[in-house]
Design a binder for this molecule. Structure first.
Ligand code: NAD
Ligand code: MG
Length: 386
C-alpha cells in the first residue's frame, strides 16, 4: 500500500478525488502539481503541506511562490518542475492525473526514479505504451490502473490463474450522444457535448466520452495493461455505468466488478492495493438500479472508436498519431473552431494518411510524431472560424 504520494494534476477531477482518498486514509502527500490553477493549488498545499509544489505556467508559479513564502514548501515551475514532483525523494507512489500526452514525460521520470505509479493519464499508455511498459519492467516498479474500466479488470483478475484470461469486456456509458445519428450530431454545441450522463470529469475526457474516443483510447490502454490484442477486447455499451468492466475466462465464466460510478473507488484501490479499506463513496443499492441495459457500439457514427482499433492493429506510432490528432481536435472544438463531427474526421484522416511502419521507435520518435500530427491538424483547420 502507498504511504507517501505525489499527485500530478492535483487540481483536476482525478487529482481532487485523489486528495479525498489521501485525506480519509491519512496518506502523506509529498508533492502537488497544476497547470495554472494556483488558487486551488495553494489551498491544497496549505492543507497537505507537501515538500514541494510545481506549476507548469511560469507566471503563475512566480505568484504562488510569493503566496506560499510563509511556508517551507518549495515552488518549482515548468516541465522540469513537474518532473521534479514525479521524482520527489520521499514519495513511493506517483498519481499521474495530468490530462493529455503532457503526462508521458512525468510518467517516465517517475518510473526511472523507482516510483510505483497510479495511472489515470491514459494518454501516457496510448502514445508511449511500449516504452512505458518496458520502463516499468526494467525498473521493477508497479503500475496500478486508475481508469475505472481498467481498475475493474485488474480487480476481476485478482484470483484469476495465469493463462486463464480469454478476453476483456470494456463497458462504456455511450456518452451523452448515445443512439444519435450523424445527421443529429451535425450541429451539437460544446455545452451539449460537455454534459455527461453519469460521470463528472474534466473537459477533455468528457468530450472524448461524447465522441467515444475515450473508449478507443481505453482499448489501447487495456492492450498494454493486460497484454491483449484488439480482437481480445470487446466493448459493450452499458448505459447505467454500474458494471465497470468484465473479464471472460477460458471456461467462458464472466467476472464483473460493480459499484456506484465514483472514481474514488478505483483511485483508492490503486493506492491501497492489495488492501480493501473503507471508502468515501456510497454503497451500491442494486435494487434501486432495477435493471441494466447493454448494446453494441455504433462504430459508423462514433468513428473514433473504430479508428483507435485500427491504430492498435497497425501498432507502432499509429496510436500516438490518433491521440495527438484527437487532442488537437478537441482543443479546437472547445474553442468553437470546428464542429463536433470534425473531431472524428480529423482523427480518421490523421491515422489514414500516416505512413510509418517502424516497429522499433524511440521517445524522440513519439514526441516528433505527436508534434507533427498536431501541427498538421492546426495548419489545416486552425484558421477556420465557425
Ligand atoms: P482535468 O482537466 O480535470 O485535470 C487535469 C489536471 O492536469 C489539472 O490539475 C491540470 O492543472 C493539469 N494539467 C493540464 N494540462 C497540463 C499540462 N500540460 N502539464 C501539466 N499539468 C497539466 O482532467 P481529469 O478529468 O482529472 O483527467 C485527468 C486524466 O485522468 C486524463 O488522462 C483522463 O483521461 C483520466 N481519467 C479521468 C477520469 C475522470 O473521471 N475525470 C476517469 C478516468 C480517467
Ligand atoms: Mg474510463
Amino acid at each position: 500500500m502507498a504511504k507517501a504520494i505525489s499527485v500530478l494534476g492535483s487540481t483536476g477531477s482525478i487529482g481532487t478525488q485523489t486528495l479525498d482518498v489521501a485525506r480519509m486514509h491519512g496518506l502523506k502527500v509529498t508533492a502537488l502539481t497544476a497547470n495554472s490553477n494556483i488558487k486551488l493549488l495553494e489551498k491544497q498545499a496549505r492543507e497537505f503541506m507537501p515538500k514541494m509544489v510545481a506549476v507548469l505556467d511560469m507566471g503563475a508559479a512566480a505568484q504562488l511562490k510569493i503566496s506560499l513564502s510563509d511556508t517551507n514548501i518549495d515552488v518549482f515551475c515548468g516541465e522540469e518542475g513537474i518532473k521534479k514532483a514525479a521524482q520527489e525523494e520521499s514519495c513511493d507512489t506517483v498519481v499521474n492525473a495530468i490530462v493529455g500526452v503532457a503526462g508521458l514525460l512525468p510518467t517516465l521520470a517517475a518510473i526511472k526514479a523507482g516510483k510505483n505509479l497510479a495511472l489515470a493519464n491514459k494518454e501516457t499508455l496510448v502514445a508511449g505504451g511500449k516504452l512505458v511498459m518496458k520502463a516499468v519492467e526494467d525498473n521493477n516498479v508497479k503500475l496500478y490502473p486508475v481508469d475505472s474500466e481498467h481498475s475493474a479488470i485488474f480487480q476481476c483478475l485478482q484470483g484469476c490463474p495465469d493463462g486463464a484470461l480469454k478476453k476483456v469486456i470494456l463497458t462504456a456509458s455511450g456518452g451523452t450522444f448515445f443512439g444519435k445519428t450523424r445527421d443529429e450530431l451535425e450541429n451539437v454545441s460544446v455545452k451539449q457535448a460537455l454534459s455527461h450522463p453519469n460521470w463528472d470529469m474534466g473537459a477533455k475526457i468528457t468530450i472524448d466520452s461524447s465522441t467515444m474516443m475515450n473508449k478507443g483510447l481505453e482499448v489501447i490502454e487495456a492492450s498494454w495493461l493486460f497484454g491483449c490484442s484488439d480482437k481480445d477486447i470487446d466493448v459493450v455499451i452499458h448505459r447505467e455505468s454500474i458494471i465497470h468492466s468484465m473479464i471472460q475466462l477460458k471456461d467462458n465464466a464472466v467476472i464483473a466488478q460493480l459499484g456506484v460510478p465514483d472514481m474514488r473507488i478505483p483511485i483508492q484501490y490503486a493506492l491501497t492495493y492489495p488492501k480493501r479499506l473503507p471508502s468515501p463513496t456510497k454503497e451500491l443499492d442494486i435494487c434501486r438500479i432495477g435493471k441494466m441495459s447493454f448494446f453494441e457500439p455504433d462504430y459508423d457514427t462514433f468513428v473514433c472508436l473504430a479508428v483507435c482499433r485500427d491504430a492498435l492493429r497497425r501498432g507502432g506510432l499509429y496510436p500516438t498519431v490518433a491521440n495527438a490528432a484527437n487532442e488537437a481536435a478537441v482543443d479546437m472544438f472547445l474553442r468553437e473552431q470546428i464542429r463536433f463531427l470534425d473531431i472524428g474526421d480529423i482523427v480518421s484522416e490523421a491515422v489514414g494518411s500516416f505512413c510509418d511502419d517502424k516497429k522499433d521507435f524511440t521517445l524522440e520518435d513519439i514526441l516528433e510524431a505527436d508534434k507533427q500530427t498536431r501541427a498538421k491538424v492546426r495548419e489545416k483547420f486552425g484558421h477556420i472560424s465557425l
